[in-house]
Design a protein around this ligand. Sequence first.
Ligand SMILES: [Zn+2]
Ligand SMILES: [Zn+2]
Length: 266
Amino acid sequence: MKWPADYHMHTPLCRHATGEPGDYAARSVAIGLTEIGFSDHSPMPRDDFDNWRMYANQLDEYVAQVHQAQKDYPNLTIRLALEVDYLPGYEDWIRGLAARHPWDYFIGSVHYVSDSWVIDNPEKISEWKKRDAFEVWSAYFERLTKAAETGFFEIIGHVDLPKKFGHHPPTDCASLYEKFLNAAKKHNCAIELNTAGLRKDCREIYPSRQILELAFQKGVPITFGSDAHAPGEVGMNFAEAIRLARGIGYRESCRFAQRKRRMVEF
Ligand SMILES: [Zn+2]
Ligand SMILES: [Zn+2]
């Protein structure tokens, strides 16, 4: 089996990950990966926006650390990326980030369904009690669709993140998925198979089989990501993700260099 690239991993600069980039690279080599990408949480214009991302003035340091890992591990292809939060109104900020460094790709993620509620934050889990699950999923997918439409992102991250703690709307969300995937297709966004879901309450890869089947039908390509926040999580459960993708019909996943896509078999 040919391992796909692990395109989703963090560094301690985001304040909730452990292990230096070199440790992630060493782990990648040890488990037989040939390509990875660092995609740490993007900074925000205000450093007090929240407490789980690098400060704005650490962006250059982040890039330097990834470049150092590239030098230290010449036999491993290491891509330079960011996991960028998409919130409406931050388009200029994201454009500015894109212009600052020669990124290989951007993962666009929605964690905020409002200016203050981070749906995947355990500290805010009580918010779910105040809201109707379908309403939350609708608001989330509306933002995700907008994220795809900006054209800023090569990859859309953990597509059905609202399921993290096991909250599922009683009604079918197919129409929300359809709308999002049509936008992803139109704007050349891949979606990732993010294995971190298997380590959360939902015990399921992001996205669900239902979404992935729809994506395959529409010709939306995929990437793979462990969303590692520690070196030991690199490439975690990739065999299961590959089984899921192949079972649906996928044979290739995307690789990115300087924001250009090519397809590679896995
Ligand atoms: Zn994320
Ligand atoms: Zn992440």
